[in-house]
Design a binder for this molecule. Structure first.
Ligand code: MG
Length: 251
């Protein structure tokens, strides 16, 4: 069942979205050569707790990390550890929290001294795919209008979208109905209504779409070893343009 949020619930989601965007951007600004992914995760956790929120990822279904940090060929769900970031890395940072009963969930991919034009293009196209998905999220439209817009943007650029992991409805729970795939024909699935809240999160691979899970049982990596980028916004369906709840101050 898809939960349509009331205006008072949307106010709370706006607050959780704003906070999680601030944590994302504050930690993203610290991603530089030499820092470990565990240090970044600890910083995110500290910011979440200082703000009076709860970390939504830490311990979620047994996830051992405080945020998900997925570097280079890692797609999503990377576990922070003592790996040091180096020049040329792309780093997906995915943060989740609960504030006043509502979840905030957002991700960005940061380039660290990247000079390879194809890698730069991968990250930009992934951001473009997210924006295309958001633009396709219209009252009266259908869920897969979003999926199709994401897929077309990624594939037109010669990249592929991951099919094994998808975006999701969000609210009092991190994963609510409906699932939001990053692929598919438009015009299918739920009719979009004002007050639905969705997390749209393209995962775009430079090579093939296939992924596999590492021995840690969490980290999703591309099967062919190609780089993968990931970004995520939480949106509320509105009359006209959808409202981006995790836009952040800088964007
Ligand atoms: Mg998510």
């Amino acid at each position: 069942m898809i939960i349509v949020k009331s205006e008072s619930d949307l106010l709370k989601m706006r607050a959780s979205g704003k906070l999680v965007a601030t944590v994302r951007d504050t930690v993203a600004a610290e991603i530089r050569p030499g820092v470990t992914t565990a240090e970044l995760a600890d910083y995110a956790h500290e910011l979440i707790e200082k703000a009076g929120a709860t970390n939504a990822f830490f311990g979620y279904r047994g996830f051992p990390g405080k945020v998900c940090i997925s570097v280079n060929d890692a797609v999503v769900h990377g576990i922070p550890d003592d790996r040091r970031i180096t020049m040329g890395d792309i780093v997906s940072l995915d943060v989740g929290l609960v504030l006043d009963g509502f979840v905030g969930d957002t991700a960005t991919t940061v380039m660290v001294g990247v000079t390879d034009p194809d890698v730069m293009r991968l990250v930009r196209v992934t951001e473009d795919a997210l924006q295309a998905g958001i633009s396709a999220a219209r009252v009266g439209g259908r869920l897969t209008d979003i999926s199709s817009a994401v897929q077309k943007t990624a594939e037109k650029a010669g990249f592929s979208v991951v099919r094994d992991f998808v975006g999701h409805g969000i609210g009092r729970n991190m994963h609510e109905d409906p699932q939001v795939p990053n692929f598919g024909q438009p015009g299918k699935g739920a009719v979009l209504r004002q007050g639905m809240t969705l997390a749209i999160e393209p995962m775009v691979n430079m090579g093939r779409a296939a992924v596999t899970i590492e021995d840690d049982n969490w980290t999703v990596v591309t099967e062919d070893g190609s780089f993968s980028a990931h970004c995520e916004h939480m949106i509320a369906i509105r009359d006209g343009e959808a409202e981006i709840l995790t836009r952040g101050e800088g964007a």
